[in-house]
Design a protein around this ligand. Structure first.
Ligand SMILES: Nc1ncnc2c1ncn2[C@@H]1O[C@H](COP(=O)(O)OP(=O)(O)O)[C@@H](O)[C@H]1O
Ligand SMILES: [Mg+2]
Length: 278
């Protein structure tokens, strides 16, 4: 039923507005004004691969529209946690709930590799993110709007191969945004970019989060990036959330400010002391 309803333009429009209205609320003055995001509650989550107990007990509540960063040493289970949240892998025990039934389009993941289709032009690559709505009459228009949001409207007819690394990631972001997700999970999306491109992409991520009001979950190995973007930084250690650090700095944030540098230092010292114990 839902699929049939979503193929016509007015219904799709109505659906996206309906999604917005009941959950719209002020999160914080300098965060998203309204949120289209879903809250997330994780209880007693466990995940092992064979004998490797990766997530031992994760308990976490993320309010709708919050921007959360997840850090932790390599192999601690960050990507595993994102995959479980996005429904890409099965949990062993515990629960993940969004407070209501969700559609596949409600949650999107952006990875470090842009994963573009080389045989499809930029606009068609963005349309892929519409999932079941890809065949709808407004698919082109929605993809064009997403390309404008990521500043790539002029590349719509290009092939992925001619784009720079940063531009490819912006196409991947457009593809993630086009379905107006309510939860957007990022798995080290900027890890392969040079420093300047990375900072401009960080600003873009923050802007689209503020404009669209999704709940953002960013896995990053860059603690400076985590404190620059997130409302809250979680440190995963030994399969649990070992530290949950609130970042109260006002937005727009001043990168390199004493406040952010102090937070970054304290999170790094948590990470390094965990390293000393292993
Ligand atoms: N599909 C899988 N099969 C077996 N082991 C896996 C699989 N995915 C992840 N792991 C293991 O789980 C642990 C956590 O991996 P991952 O979540 O990718 O860590 P992170 O993203 O924090 O670097 C690692 O030891 C990794 O080898
Ligand atoms: Mg990972």
């Amino acid at each position: 039923m839902q699929t049939a309803l979503r193929t016509s333009l007015p219904e799709t429009e109505l659906a996206s507005r309906a999604n917005f209205a009941p959950h719209a609320r002020v999160v914080r003055e300098d965060g998203p004004v309204q949120t289209n995001g879903l809250p997330l509650s994780i209880r007693g989550l466990r995940k092992s691969f064979g004998d490797n107990e990766v997530l031992r007990s994760i308990d976490l509540h993320i309010p709708a529209g919050q921007f959360v960063a997840i850090v932790g040493k390599s192999g601690c289970g960050k990507s595993t946690l994102l995959r479980l949240i996005a429904g890409l892998d099965k949990i062993d025990a515990g629960s993940i709930s969004f407070g209501q039934d969700i559609q596949p389009e409600d949650i999107r993941v952006m990875f470090q590799e842009p994963r573009l289709l080389p045989w499809a032009r930029v606009l068609a690559n963005v349309e892929v993110g519409l999932g079941r709505d890809r065949a709808s009459t407004d698919a082109h228009a929605r993809a064009e709007k997403a390309l404008i949001e990521v500043g790539l409207a002029d590349k719509r007819d290009q092939w992925p191969s001619v784009l720079s690394g940063g531009q490819k990631q912006r196409v991947a972001l457009g593809r993630a945004l086009v379905s107006r997700p309510r939860v957007l999970a990022f798995d080290e999306p900027l890890g392969a970019l040079d420093a300047l491109t990375r900072i401009s992409m960080q600003r873009l991520l923050e802007r689209v989060w503020r404009d669209q009001g999704f709940t953002a979950i960013l896995v990053t190995h860059d603690v400076a990036e985590a404190v620059a973007l997130a409302d809250r930084v979680l440190v995963i250690e030994e399969g649990r959330i070992a530290h949950d650090v609130t970042v109260n700095a006002a937005r727009p944030r001043q990168r390199g400010s004493a406040e952010l540098a102090g937070l970054e230092g304290s999170i790094l010292s948590h990470l390094l002391s965990a390293d000393d114990r292993t």
